[in-house]
Design a protein around this ligand. Structure first.
Ligand code: C2O
Ligand code: CU
Ligand code: CU
Length: 496
C-alpha cells in the first residue's frame, strides 16, 4: 500500500492535541492502514505470553536454544564474472520459540533469510520472486549499487511478479545485508522477517588470514514480542519505534553457541526495527573490532562495550583460547530492561587448532577528494495535527529531490537532532566518514567507512559522504523503521 505526502490517513489538520493524544490516535489508524498484521492471524489463546514467560523452562528462557547460522544460498548459475541467484519472498514458519511455529515473511520463507556470499569483482544477480501477496522491493543495505537496483521506494515488485537486481560488487569487503524497503511499510516487513546477510569479500581481506567458514559467524540481533500462540506481536510506537521484550540472534531466543578454544570472527548486525544495543562480554574482556558498516578498519580496536544502533554492523575478533574449557561467556546488552539484557552465550567446549591470527594492520584509510558543499539537516518530530518525523521540516516526497551532490566529490552533512529520540541516519549508495559528534572526534572504531550513524538527542553529528561510483537518485533516511516509514526520509540525486 502506498501513501503519499499529505494523504496520511489520520492527519485531520487539528492542532490542539497533545502529542500523546496524537500518538494514541495514530495507533488505531495504523492498525487499519497496515493490512498485513501477523498479530491478527493469531488464534485467540487462553494463556498470555507473560504467563508463559514466567514458567521455568519456558521457550523464553535464555541459552536454551542452540545458535543457528542461516544457510548459504547456492547460485543457480556461476561463471567467472557472474553469480546468479533466485529467491522467493513468501510466507513461512520458523521455530523461534521451542516447540512453536511462528508465521514469518521470509526470503525463501526463512527467518532470517539465507546468506549470500559475494566476491569483489564478481557480479551478483538476484531474481527476487514476490510470492508474498503484497508489494515489496529489495534493498542491499551498504551496497554500492546502481540506482535501478537499489530498491528505491518508487520501484516495487507487484505481488506475483519478479525482478532481477544487479549488484556490481565494486566496493571493498564488508558485511552487508538485504531487506525489504516497501514504501512506508518497512517497519512491518522487516519485523515479519524479510532480512538476510550479504557478505562481500575481497583479496585484501583474504590475505589477512582472518577466521573463515564456521569460524566466521554472522549474528543478526533483533527484538520481538509474541502472542501466546507463538506468533510475532507488533505494537506500533511511532515515537520510540517498536521495542520487543525478547532478544533473538539469528531467529533464536538468546541462544548458546559452542565455540572452540580459538579465534573467531563475529559479525554483528542490528536488524531490529528501532532498538539500540550496547554489547559487552560477560567478564568485561575486550573484543577486537576489525570492521564497521563499510568494511575493515585501518587496525583492530579493543572495546569492552560496543553500541549498535539499528542497521549498524560491527565485526569483531574474539579469542576463545583465552578461556578454559567449560567457560560460559554471556554476551550482554548493557542497560537493557530485564528480559533484554542477555543477547547470547558462548560455551567454550574444546581446544581448536589455531590457524587464524590477529593482523596488526587491516585496510589503509582511503584518501578523500576535497569538500564541495556543506549541508545541515535538522531532525524533528512534528506532533501537531498529524504525527510525523521530519528531516529539514519535510516528510519524504517521492518526486522531490532534496539535495544534488556532484559525483566524485565529498560533502559535509551535519545532522542536528532537535528531538527527544535517537536517529540512526543512513545513506543509500554511498559511504561516509564520521567527522565529529558535537564538535569532538568520533570513537576510533567509528572512523572507518560507515553508512549509518547514531544521532542522539541534542547531538549534532557531521559526516563526510563520498559520492563515488554511480550517479542517480537514492534516498537517505532514519533507520528506526517507524521513523523512516513516517516519513523521515529525503532524496538525493548525484549528478555529473
Ligand atoms: Cu537498510 Cu534504506 O535501508
Ligand atoms: Cu540502505
Ligand atoms: Cu529516527
Amino acid at each position: 500500500m502506498d501513501w503519499e505526502e499529505g494523504s496520511v490517513p489520520w492527519g485531520d489538520g487539528r492542532d490542539d492535541l497533545s502529542r500523546r493524544d496524537v500518538l494514541k490516535r495514530s495507533f488505531g489508524a495504523v492498525a487499519f492502514v497496515c493490512s498485513f498484521d501477523l498479530a491478527t492471524q493469531a488464534r485467540p489463546a487462553k494463556r498470555t505470553a507473560a504467563a508463559i514467560r514466567a514458567q521455568a523452562g519456558s521457550p523464553f528462557q535464555p541459552f536454551r536454544a542452540e545458535l543457528q547460522v542461516p544457510p548459504t544460498l547456492l547460485p543457480e548459475r556461476r561463471t567467472r564474472s557472474l553469480e546468479r541467484y533466485v529467491l522467493d519472498m513468501r510466507e513461512g514458519t520458523a521455530e523461534v520459540l521451542h516447540g512453536m511455529q511462528t508465521p514469518v515473511l521470509g526470503y525463501d520463507g526463512l527467518f532470517p533469510g539465507p546468506t549470500i556470499r559475494a566476491r569483489r569483482g564478481v557480479k551478483t544477480e538476484i531474481r527476487q520472486v514476490n510470492a508474498a501477496g503484497r508489494a515489496l522491493n529489495v534493498h542491499l543495505h551498504g551496497g554500492v549499487t546502481r540506482p535501478d537496483s537499489d530498491g528505491h521506494p518508487h520501484d516495487f515488485i507487484p505481488p506475483g511478479d519478479s525482478r532481477t537486481y544487479h549488484y556490481d560488487n565494486v566496493q571493498h569487503a564488508a558485511t552487508l545485508w538485504y531487506h525489504d524497503h516497501a514504501h512506508g511499510e518497512t517497519s512491518q516487513t522487516l519485523f515479519a522477517g524479510l532480512a538476510g546477510f550479504y557478505l562481500l569479500s575481497d583479496d585484501l581481506e583474504s590475505g589477512l588470514e582472518l577466521p573463515q567458514d564456521e569460524y566466521d559467524v554472522p549474528l543478526m540481533i533483533q527484538d520481538r514480542s509474541f502472542n501466546a500462540d507463538g506468533s510475532f506481536r507488533y505494537v506500533l510506537d511511532l515515537d520510540r519505534g517498536f521495542r520487543g521484550d525478547t532478544l533473538l540472534v539469528n531467529g533464536q531466543v538468546a541462544p548458546r553457541m559452542r565455540v572452540e578454544q580459538r579465534l573467531y570472527r563475529l559479525r554483528f548486525l542490528n536488524a531490529s526495527n528501532a532498538r539500540a544495543y550496547k554489547l559487552r562480554l560477560g567478564n568485561g574482556r575486550p573484543m577486537l573490532q576489525i570492521g564497521s558498516d563499510g568494511g575493515l578498519l585501518p587496525k583492530p580496536i579493543a572495546r569492552t562495550e560496543i553500541p549498535m544502533e539499528p542497521a549498524e554492523r560491527v565485526d569483531v575478533l574474539v579469542d576463545f583460547s583465552d578461556f578454559g574449557r567449560g567457560s560460559k561467556l554471556v554476551l550482554q546488552n548493557v542497560g537493557g530492561e530485564a528480559s533484554t539484557t542477555a543477547v547470547m552465550r558462548f560455551d567454550v567446549v574444546r581446544g581448536g587448532a589455531e590457524e587464524a591470527r590477529v593482523p596488526k594492520r587491516l585496510q589503509p584509510a582511503a584518501k578523500l577528494p576535497p569538500v564541495n558543499a556543506e549541508r545541515t539537516f535538522p531532525l524533528t518530530f512534528h506532533g501537531l495535527g498529524s504525527a510525523r518525523w521530519e528531516i529539514s521540516e519535510r516528510v519524504f516526497g517521492m518526486d522531490r529531490v532534496d539535495v544534488r551532490p556532484r559525483r566524485g566529490t565529498t560533502e559535509l552533512w551535519t545532522f542536528v537532532n532537535n528531538s527527544t529520540r535517537m536517529h540512526p541516519m543512513h545513506l543509500h549508495g554511498y559511504h561516509f566518514r564520521v567527522v565529529s559528534t558535537n564538535g569532538r572526534f568520533p570513537h576510533p572504531a567509528d572512523r572507518g567507512w560507515k553508512d549509518t550513524v547514531a544521532v542522539h538527542p541534542n547531538q549534532s553529528v557531521t559526516v563526510r559522504p563520498y559520492f563515488d561510483y554511480f550517479g542517480g537518485r537514492y534516498v537517505f533516511h532514519c533507520h528506526a523503521a517507524e521513523h523512516g516509514d513516517m516519513s523521515m526520509m529525503g532524496q538525493m540525486e548525484v549528478v555529473a
